[in-house]
Design a protein around this ligand. Sequence first.
Ligand code: ZN
Length: 549
Amino acid sequence: MKETLHIYTRVSSVSQEEEGTSLETQLELGIERSKKLGMKHKTWNEGGQSSSKDDLGNRPVLVNLLKGIDDGDVKHLYVWNTDRLSRNMNTWGMIRFKLIKNEITLHTPTGKQILSDPQTNLMLGIMSEISQYDNKLRTERFRLGRIHRIKQGFWKGGPPPYGYKLIDSSLVPHEEEKKWVSFIYENYKDGKSLDEIRTLLLNNGVVTRRGNPVWSHGSISKLLTNTHYEGFYTYTDKKSNETIRVPCPPIVSPTIILEVKKWRDKRSYGKDDSRRTKTSNEKYNYLLRDFLICGHCGSRFGGNHKKTQTSYYYCSQKQKNFQNTHTEKYTVCESKRNIRIDVTDELVWDTVLDIVSKSHLFMESVKSELVENDKSYGKTKDELKKLQLKVNKIDKEIKDVTDSIINLETIKILGQRDKDEVEKIIKNLEEHRLKLSGKKEKTILSMSEEEKNQKWVDWVKEFGDRIGEMKKSDFKFEEKKKFLEGVVEKIVVKNTDVQEHELKIEFRLPYVGDKLVWNDEEKKSKGYILKNGKRSKVLRVNLLKKSLT
Ligand SMILES: [Zn+2]
């Protein structure tokens, strides 16, 4: 393909009169040159422009030509003399820089021009250093600007997390997605596995952000560890390693978050949900699995439910060993035997029920809760309402402070007020906002305490007056489990040398063998005191035999 000689012509008011420099002459000589070189030609005619201000501002044709050079469309350029391009030193320097950088051959009537000389090379070197420096500066300004905006509560960039949308660059709850976030949390809290949650989502036609109807374990698991729903997220600036804690609107209640955290710790030993995804029998609901802890190695217990054969609880260390045999996590667990699920469930249920129903402490707490019941229930509810109002008020205040900061930023940029003065105010406001965030977190924490209180009241209401009938009637499995959660902390399992197991049931309160001591045995009207019992009960039994009796 034939190359093109780009002919740039211009007359300046000063040199216009010069012999042989009219536009026509310039063009004619240019075309002649192109023929000699065996090239096509293209004309770029600037015409006559006032050169009183010789920069690119009044040279639209040259600007276009330079763009062609940058784009790689122009390789050969012809001018009458280099003055045509610019008389101005700075502009000429810039043009020459472009020509050399893009390896343009510059032709004049006297032949090809050599643009690079040692001095020019030095200048090019410096210019490229400066442009790199400029780029770095721009990146740095961009980085600082971004950190500043994040500190003001704006989203860090990228798509918002599931459950949120962006309005004016801030995270705002997404009404539809928010519902499903709560749904996932609630179900996980209620003991559903990731698999089960996935199925529930599928059945409800809930799609992921990418429109996928099948949620991955990873994405559900990630959602359950996402701090946004709690009301904040952190951003770490890679360069300074500074971590910023940014508040955002919470969408899951603190109580549920705390419970999910507890569950997550319970369910995972080592890797995320490894037990639950690996066992095929995870759908079976175990009464005691989550209470059992191995007295030899401290691991949680797993359950192995079989429909036709005997089912066992076992120290999960066995699985762990299998996974970690060659890692430093490898420890030997001395527990040798599993324990039968049926026998253990029955024994623990009977024992706990017996101890709790005989406990004066338990009765006392039920009595006082029931006496206070409506009053304290109402109090808790009122308290919760009050705390929620407080959170709302703080939120409003945070928003106002943020608005003021943004306002002041604008004022600073526009230079409407003294910069130092404005910055000082902004700094104060930012400190104030930080304090507000702290206050908000504290309030949310006391809300979760209050909610826990309320749950205890609910629990007592549900079981307190039924403790007598519990022994007789067949209790629903879920109710049994709920009852145990209210009184039992954990159960430590050991096997002894003989054919025996040791079960240590640890209670939440010292219920075991507590005593009621009358101040005066003769005059009961003088009242009594409660003597605390023990917190734990140790049982030694063979948990491999079919029945205890
Ligand atoms: Zn163990």
